[in-house]
Design a protein. Structure first.
Length: 422
């Protein structure tokens, strides 16, 4: 069994869906579990639809649903010559039912309703792809992740019940020995009470990791619009280099520092069972891509850069100059975790403690207010944080040219610099 994952960009229109089929056709002898995201920007649209419903902005609600319905019907029209194919009605019904929600009382729990609505993106995309593949072959099953991935009821950020999920997935696969391809939804799960949950935005990669772990897959392949894992985001760099082969450990480090190629939760289950993860291009599926696996031999060959923009650096000094590092740190950690600010870098000196985090005006104000009683608080905004793995003097110099450095932190493998334009 191999697990494939196709993200939103790889199923954004009819052409892309045909391309998914052509990729699957290259693996006629493999059993495939195929995890699919919502088409294009559908998840964002469904988030807006949920918001409109809660704001009782029914015109907006209906308009947005209509737009998404037409988007999917246009794709169906291109894929299916037979306009009486049952999938047309199935997709229309899903959007019509969603529209009828204005007539039903909604729960007060926003996150609960969010999951019931936003999950429809994956339901619709997998139904379309399953029906399309069904035009050519009969060994394809539509697998409902809302019956297979068991989670708790932490809506929008549900935690997986691994034991139960493993049982459900194994039973499910054994029930269909004659099926070779299973199409399932990324990002979705269900509670013991059978309510739909989601695993956090961009969670489809994680679904691929869960399925591979539970079914002891031979490998996972994430099909993307980039040739593999690159050493930097092409948004900021012209001369990016593909990493051919890196270790799980290195990939986890890169994900931790903010590289956005794979959802960070995906790697742990794969590493636990040493299931290799391939990142490949759906545009050139024959090309090598990147493989993430156990051995670390190639890790330090190429420096990797991770940029985070819009950073705030905040420093505190106790007003009485009595610096007891542990106490001050635990105070600021507690405040930050209660406010919901995630620390990107921290550093302390004799009399001050500094933290760098993603800009957020409201949370910054709250933090400053909490700290101002006992501390002199200073902060700088509009900063950049660059992390370089496997750095050398020349790359540091190049990246910090014409920059004012506010904080620099070096370990043997990694340098992290908070800086701004001069
Ligand atoms: N469709 C979901 C999202 O856009 C999950 C995913 O794409 O991974 O967040
Ligand atoms: Mg997506």
């Amino acid at each position: 069994m191999k697990v494939f994952k196709f993200g939103g960009a790889s199923v954004k229109d009819a052409e892309a869906v045909k391309n998914v089929k052509s990729i699957l056709d290259k693996f006629p002898n493999d059993q495939l579990f195929v995890v699919v995201s919502a088409m294009g920007k559908t998840t964002n649209a469904l988030e807006k639809i949920t918001e409109a419903l809660f704001n009782k902005d029914y015109d907006q609600f209906r308009e947005l649903i209509q737009e998404r319905k037409q988007f999917h019907l246009a794709i169906l029209n291109e894929l299916f010559e037979d306009k009486t194919h049952p999938v047309f009605k199935e997709i229309q019904d899903i959007f019509n039912d969603l529209g009828n929600r204005v007539n039903i009382a909604i729960s007060e729990n926003y996150d609960f309703e969010y999951d019931q609505i936003v999950s429809l993106g994956e339901v619709v995309s997998t139904k379309i792809i399953h029906a399309y593949l069904g035009l050519f072959q009969n060994d394809v099953n539509w697998a409902d992740a809302r019956r297979l991935i068991r989670t708790n009821n932490n809506y929008r950020y549900a935690d997986v019940d691994w034991k139960k999920t493993e049982e459900l997935l194994l039973n499910y696969r054994n029930k269909f020995p004659s099926k070779r391809i299973f199409i399932t939804q990324g990002f979705l799960g269900h509670t013991p009470e059978n309510f739909t949950t989601t695993l956090g935005r961009e969670g489809s990669d994680f679904t691929a990791g869960i399925v591979a772990f539970c079914l002891n897959a031979k490998s996972v392949t994430i099909w993307k619009d980039v040739p593999g894992m690159l050493n930097a985001d092409p948004k900021w760099f012209d001369n990016t280099v593909k990493l051919d082969k890196i270790s799980f450990k290195e990939a986890i480090e890169l994900a931790y520092y903010g590289a956005s190629v794979i959802h960070p939760k995906t790697l742990k289950p794969l590493q636990n069972k040493t299931i290799p993860l391939y990142v490949k291009s759906f545009i050139s599926p024959e090309a090598e891509g990147t493989v993430i696996q156990q051995s670390t031999e190639n890790d330090s060959l190429i420096p990797s850069f991770i940029f985070k923009m819009n950073q705030t650096l905040l420093s505190i000094t106790p007003k009485d100059f009595s610096f007891i590092a542990e106490e001050n740190m635990s105070f600021i950690f507690k405040a930050m975790s209660e406010i919901g600010l995630r620390i990107n870098v921290m550093q302390n000196s004799a009399l001050s403690f500094s933290v760098c985090f993603d800009e957020n005006e409201r949370k910054l104000e709250e933090l400053v207010e909490r700290l101002s009683m006992d501390y002199i608080v200073r902060f700088n905004k509009d900063l950049e944080l660059v992390t370089i793995r496997h750095y050398d003097a020349e790359t540091i110099e190049r990246l910090t040219e014409r920059k004012d450095i506010l904080l620099e932190q070096k370990t043997r493998q990694t340098v992290r610099i908070v800086m701004k334009d001069i």
